[in-house]
Design a binder for this molecule. Structure first.
Ligand code: NAD
Length: 368
């Protein structure tokens, strides 16, 4: 049985296709606020339980972002490194056909691990309805994450938190872990708004300059030399040193569990914006909050991408999407900060998300 609590799970659809050997699962946790939205990941060791946990997390993330989406997630059990492009396409198309009956009324798909705009195009093609999937190529009405919606949201959430303290971003020092999609746009916007990015890391290490790093020069270095550590005007440190540099704002934006009981007391920044998913365990977040740090939890700060997904299903263009990301991230970050009073931002955000889902369930007559 799939009942966990009053919220879900609504549906767990396990599918198998004899012709391609495709095995997959689509989990719909809660649709009170709208169709369940969550990406499809393709990995060899996926389990139903893992997909269920991710689907539940999407219910809270979408509700906190104040989107008319419920929570869902899908998994396809396959090792993409062992598939030819033709085999991968056949598996993705078979998965889409098997779950077509729940799309888009109960489930809207999107990309996750090992899935790109190419696979999203196959799903849209298979179901003949562009609304079944987000992350499509621009030619199919898609709003790709490469536009920078997540990094924009991370920068906005940070700005709101700083201004909530009666301060300004002007001259504040920033350190950003990861210089891919999220990290680059976070740096771009924070720099435009007056902050000074003093450290950036990638898988090869950290580049640090207390006088600030130049955004355009760093982008050029990363494109040409494949690593930020090749930037000429700075000191090269190891990747983990980024979390301990002297700065006001720290953005963990690459790997999970990077700030732990082992290194939390060496974090200098007052503001920690979680761009990556689960970069700090909750008990460590509380230890940091006790020391006066302001933590912006992942599912609030990195929701720009999922907000962009909703804009895509609503047929919006790039300009409209950026305006919606701004409005929602600013409003939701403020509400959370006001409720939490700097004690436990994650708990406050979770309460807001649950209240929103409960209210929708009540209107539908699902609960008293
Ligand atoms: P990406 O692949 O574009 O970039 C990842 C960056 O992290 C690369 O620069 C890589 O070199 C760096 N990196 C890898 N290992 C590192 C290490 N040990 N130390 C420092 N840097 C390291 O990925 P992305 O899309 O920017 O995503 C980054 C994080 O944000 C992930 O945790 C992802 O789940 C999360 N996220 C992304 C989005 C989105 O829209 N892209 C939305 C929500 C959350």
């Amino acid at each position: 049985m799939r009942k966990e609590d009053k919220f879900g799970f609504e549906k767990v659809i396990e599918v198998y296709d004899q012709k391609t050997g495709m095995e997959g699962v689509c989990v719909i946790h809660n649709t009170a606020r709208g169709p369940g939205k969550g990406g499809i990941r393709m990995v060899p060791d996926i389990t139903v339980e893992e997909v269920m946990g991710l689907a539940r997390a999407m219910t809270w993330k979408n509700a906190m972002a104040d989107l008319p989406f419920g929570g869902a997630k899908s998994g396809i059990k396959a090792d993409p490194s062992k598939l030819t492009p033709v085999q991968k396409e056949a598996i993705v198309r078979a998965f889409a056909r098997k779950i077509a009956e729940v799309m888009p009324e109960q489930y809207i798909a999107g990309p996750d691990m090992n899935m790109t705009e190419k696979e999203m195009a196959y799903i849209a093609d298979e179901c003949k309805d562009p609304r079944v999937v987000t992350g499509k190529p621009a030619e199919l009405g898609g709003l790709p994450h490469e536009l920078g919606s997540t990094g924009y949201g991370v920068a906005l959430a940070t700005k709101v938190a700083v201004e909530h303290d009666g301060k300004s971003l002007e001259g504040m020092k920033v350190a950003i872990e990861g210089f891919g999609n999220v990290g680059t746009f976070t740096m771009k916007f924070l720099t435009e708004w007056g902050a000074k990015v003093v450290a950036v890391s990638d898988s090869k290490g950290t580049i640090y300059n207390d006088n600030g790093l130049d955004y355009e020069k760093l982008m050029k270095t990363k494109a040409e030399k494949k690593t930020v550590t090749a930037y000429e005007d700075g000191k090269v440190l190891d990747a983990k040193a980024l979390f301990e540099v002297n700065c006001d704002i720290l953005v963990p934006g690459a790997r999970p569990n990077v700030i732990t009981k082992e290194n939390y007391d060496r974090v200098k920044a007052r503001y920690i914006t979680e761009a990556a998913n689960l970069p700090i365990p909750h008990d460590v977040e509380l230890m940091l909050a006790k020391k006066g740090k302001v933590i912006l939890p992942d599912f609030v700060a990195n929701a720009g991408g999922v907000i962009s997904s909703w804009c895509e299903t609503a047929g919006m263009n790039e300009k409209q999407m950026f305006a919606v990301v701004k409005e929602k991230i600013e409003k939701n970050t403020k509400i959370m900060l006001e409720r939490a009073q700097n004690l436990d931002n994650r708990k406050a955000a979770m309460e807001i998300a649950r209240e929103r889902v409960e209210a929708a369930m009540r209107y539908r007559g699902w609960v008293e």
